[in-house]
Design a binder for this molecule. Structure first.
Ligand SMILES: C[S@@+](CC[C@H](N)C(=O)[O-])C[C@H]1O[C@@H](n2cnc3c(N)ncnc32)[C@H](O)[C@@H]1O
Ligand code: SF4
Ligand code: SF4
Length: 417
């Protein structure tokens, strides 16, 4: 039994996609693809039952390398997860709507819309096969469906930044916020991890790289090699994806982690037949983690902050890429722990920054917060702010989140150890 241990589950709802983004294995994998299919509701119910008996399930993401809105029974899947009082997270390219009314009635906790442009000529480069006008129409329909259903679903537009799409980001932000959606801009990276490792080590055994892959990598605003150089000095021998996440394909087979694609090589075994403790043990000894941690990719996968913003902006300027002031002055780039920010139900960071804004003592103790450096403030929130400080009533419910954010930030900066 895992007792009080927390795990975030990824359970793939649909094992394929309607698009072929060049930075995703659906668009770039060379060789045999993973099996295609739909997650059965009865299987999900069994997975939830076992998971709840083994650990504290902090959330379930019904997506990994596929498009969840292709699933004809997606509202039912969401309901199965949330009947266990576990938040359900979705992420979609929203080029299709599925049964959006039923989905909003099922009220998933969070719905991410992944985008990479506002004009078709921009969008189609990086969301290959996608139609941005259809996406925008569907965004409006989603906003209306949420309103009609009285749903509390948090809808967040995630803009993936490349060298070629920076000029559209402001327009998309305006469009999204006018619809009442949250907006987040993050630096796109190359996926899956096998391709990144193949590229860094010049090792075709890990994954085959095509000429298009090299162009995709060149098109990233955040340059891979320089980023890895930064993370190599901060590299750590633990990984939140390995230690606190469980990733399953649509058939219920455990995968090494959600950043890895090749199921033939990285399937751990059927979740329903293996105790969670054994699954975790098997993951610990996988050679891939060793290779990944050597490069610091385990941190690169989840963290984006000021030092990476600086690196990407230098790269943008070097390439003379068209970028608005909002990107160059980092206004549009909030430091983020990718894939974790939605764990804060009412936005833990926002509440903490609100407290900070009104407190002279905190401002003089942690002046670096103004530059987006939150590590020491997170530590304060976890150790004092949520326990003995007068701000305790506001911050207490986010204690676990501050702890995680603090620890993860520590992991990226050796000086903090
Ligand atoms: C592979 S997608 C699958 C779900 C869905 N098809 C979508 O695109 O949102 C899983 C997550 O990866 C993110 N993502 C996609 N391409 C990315 C990239 N190049 N860099 C970083 N994140 C990316 C998406 O925003 C999404 O939340
Ligand atoms: S990133 Fe999402 S939309 Fe793009 S190909 Fe991959 S799964 Fe499909
Ligand atoms: S170390 Fe790398 S490959 Fe292993 S679980 Fe973490 S992110 Fe995945």
């Amino acid at each position: 039994m895992q007792g009080e241990l927390n795990f975030l589950f990824t359970v793939e709802a649909v094992g394929f996609c309607n698009l072929e983004c060049p930075s995703c294995p659906n668009g770039n994998w060379i060789g045999e693809r993973n099996p295609r299919g739909f997650l059965q509701p009865s299987l999900l119910a069994k997975i939830m039952e076992k998971a709840r008996s083994e650990c504290n399930v902090t959330g379930v993401c019904l997506f990994n390398w596929g498009e969840p809105l292709l699933h004809p029974k997606l509202p039912e899947l969401v309901a199965i997860v949330q009947n266990y009082d576990v938040p359900c997270f979705l992420s979609s390219n929203l080029n299709l709507l599925g049964n959006i009314n039923a989905l909003m009635e099922a009220n998933p906790h969070t719905f991410i819309i992944s985008v990479s442009g506002f004009k078709q000529a921009t969008y189609n480069n990086t969301h290959k096969g996608g139609n941005v006008e259809r996406l925008k129409k569907n965004m409006v329909a989603l906003a209306e469906a949420r309103l009609r259903a009285g749903s509390t679903t948090r809808i967040q537009v995630r803009y993936l930044l490349y060298l070629t799409n920076l000029q559209d980001v402001v327009e998309m932000k305006r469009f999204a916020t006018d619809l009442g959606f949250e907006f987040q801009a993050i630096w796109a990276w190359m996926m899956p991890l096998e391709k990144v490792i193949a590229y860094l080590n010049d090792d075709p055994n890990e994954a085959k790289l095509s000429y298009e892959d090299l162009l995709t990598i060149k098109n990233l605003a955040l340059p891979v090699k320089e980023t890895v150089r930064i993370f190599q000095q901060y590299r750590i021998r633990s990984c939140i994806m390995r230690d606190e996440h469980v990733t399953l394909d649509y058939m219920g087979n455990v995968q090494l982690c959600c950043m890895i694609y090749d199921a033939k090589r990285f399937t751990i075994g059927p979740y329903l037949s293996i105790p969670l403790t054994d699954i975790q043990e098997r993951k610990q000894t996988n050679y891939m983690c060793e290779r990944c941690m050597d490069k610091g990719l385990n941190v690169y996968c989840v963290y984006q902050g000021p030092e990476l913003n600086r690196l990407a902006i230098e790269n943008i300027l070097r390439h003379d890429a068209k970028a608005p002031g909002e990107v160059l002055n980092q206004e549009i780039l909030k430091p983020t722990i990718v894939g974790m920010d939605w764990l804060s139900k009412d936005d833990a960071l926002k509440v903490l920054l609100d407290v900070y804004k009104y407190r002279k003592d905190l401002k003089s103790a942690f002046p670096e917060v103004a530059d987006g450096e939150y590590r020491r403030l997170m530590k304060w929130a976890y150790t004092s702010g949520t326990t003995i400080d007068t701000a305790k009533p506001y911050l207490r419910k986010f204690r676990n989140w501050y702890r995680k954010a603090w620890i993860k930030d520590i992991l990226t900066r050796p000086s903090a150890r």
